[in-house]
Design a protein around this ligand. Sequence first.
Ligand code: NI
Length: 303
Amino acid sequence: MESMFLTATFWGWCVTVELISFKGKYSFMMYLFLRPVSKSLSIVALIVGLSSCASKDVSEEPSVPSLVGKNTGYGETSINGPVPQNPEMRLSSDFSRMSATSISSGSRSRKLIALTFDDGPNPSHTPRLLDMLRRRNVKATFYVTGERAANHPDIIRRIVSEGHEIGNHTWTHPNLKKLSDDRVRRELNKTRDAIVNACGVQPRTMRPPYGSMYQKQREWVYREYGYPIVLWDVDPLDWKKPGPSVVAQRLISGTRNGSILLVHDLHGSSVDAMPQTIDTLLRKGYQFVTVSQLIAQKSVAAR
Ligand code: NI
């Protein structure tokens, strides 16, 4: 742009000088005719020069991030055009009258579904997932491990402050069938404490790692902690990393009324599958709710 500006300016001035020299050689009428032409050329040169200056300024602006305004530290996968929005779901999340100890889906009579994310939070993937959810007004449920919650209390706070729910997914992610009741209790207590320390909110449900838990264990945990044992009915096996479009297709084709979708925000490719998954399900008329809302609606439907 700079060389263009110099060329245009130089050319403009050359023409001007040339035209002025015409004045002496030719008639006064010729001069009167050519003077406006030379002026116009100078003005064109000036405009080209100014516009190149303006664009030069923008490109050379220092790349220091602003402390206010939009946070551009991480971005979501680009999407063309506007994205569909989940409606405001003002549903009760009180499931105290619910009788079942375990749940793997909600009521099949309404198009309500719950997105659940396990094994996080992850410092690079969970924040961009939260951006995707916020953009679509989708509230999800995060089954976090205590160890990660303790390491990333800021992300736990953000999850809660943006209206999502947090569930207990144990401290070290063990197979609970292999542990004594006391060990199970320690796993759940430590994780609950890490979550409460981070955000001040108690987890209301739990999910056993690998879905593995004896019926007897489920019963005493429900009795002692009030946690319904939350499983799922749509599993895209995203932890095997089959790629975002495969994960999205499996989630979309497996979803029915009341489905609980299992995804791992520990994996970048699973998070990459979310825009396509959520947008397609919203366009199919599904509405996203938290696990507690889904359970509460089921107990309402059952009464
Ligand atoms: Ni897990």
